[in-house]
Design a protein around this ligand. Structure first.
Ligand code: DC
Length: 222
């Protein structure tokens, strides 16, 4: 049994994890289940990457990319190509810059502070954006499992990719996201680790709800 959305006081739920761990799908379902608004923060970085490309700015030019990030508009997020694999790679490249991250902090914190509560997913939600989140879940899966899922998904979309190539991309994205100096990908000390290597979406959702319900019950009795 999971908590009924109707009985829920406003809560902030932070869901972080590496690429292709299934956190987006999970976060969306959690948000729906608990009746909370949802922000996919990866989309912000993806949109900055796209605008950087359109403006012909060098993704390694922190100052230039920071300027693009400061001019990001909500309309830039309505672009179906942002969900693609390449947009994710570019997002990971521009996300290493402190100026980019600074430009996006306020929007994310304002979303998290909504009076009705919120679910945010990303890389640094539990550590930097919402260190006081009521519930923090760090979703992982082995690089091999994530690469297999991503390969199947891309092949399903008619893309000509190999598991080996995707595995190597997953590993280098992990390295970049975890190795950067500003807001690296890592679990907050108080995050609950959820390894989905052996779980399907339904089982991962049930496990996440169990964590959230337990945490909410503890909050209520404080
Ligand atoms: O979650 P995603 O795959 O859409 O994220 C794409 C990239 O954006 C990710 O590899 C790193 C960056 N990102 C980040 O640095 N911080 C976040 N909170 C979300 C995404």
């Amino acid at each position: 049994m999971t908590t009924s959305p109707l009985t829920l006081a406003p809560v902030t739920i932070a869901i972080d994890g590496p690429a292709a761990a299934g956190k987006g799908t999970l976060a969306k379902r959690v948000a729906e289940h608990y009746g909370l608004p949802y922000l996919d923060t990866g989309l912000l970085y993806r949109a900055v990457g796209k605008q950087v490309m359109l403006a012909g700015v060098d993704p390694d030019d922190e100052e230039g990319v920071g300027q693009v990030a400061r001019k990001l508009e909500p309309g830039h997020l309505d672009d179906p190509t942002l969900r693609g694999h390449e947009a994710g790679e570019l997002a990971s490249r521009i996300a290493v810059h402190g100026r980019v991250r600074e430009a996006l902090v306020e929007f994310q914190r304002a979303f998290a502070a909504r009076p009705e509560g919120a679910v945010l997913d990303g890389r640094d939600i539990g550590t930097v954006i919402c260190p006081d989140a009521d519930v923090k879940i760090f979703v992982t899966a082995s690089a091999e499992v994530r690469a297999r899922r991503r390969t199947d998904e891309l092949i399903g979309h008619g893309r000509d990719v190999t598991y080996e190539r995707i595995l190597s991309e997953v590993r280098s994205r992990d390295e970049r996201d975890s190795g950067r100096t500003v807001a690296p990908l890592r679990p907050a000390p108080d995050a609950h680790l959820l390894d989905t290597s052996e779980l399907d979406i339904e089982a991962a959702f049930q496990a996440a709800c169990a964590v959230i319900d337990q945490r909410l019950a503890n909050l209520e009795t404080r």
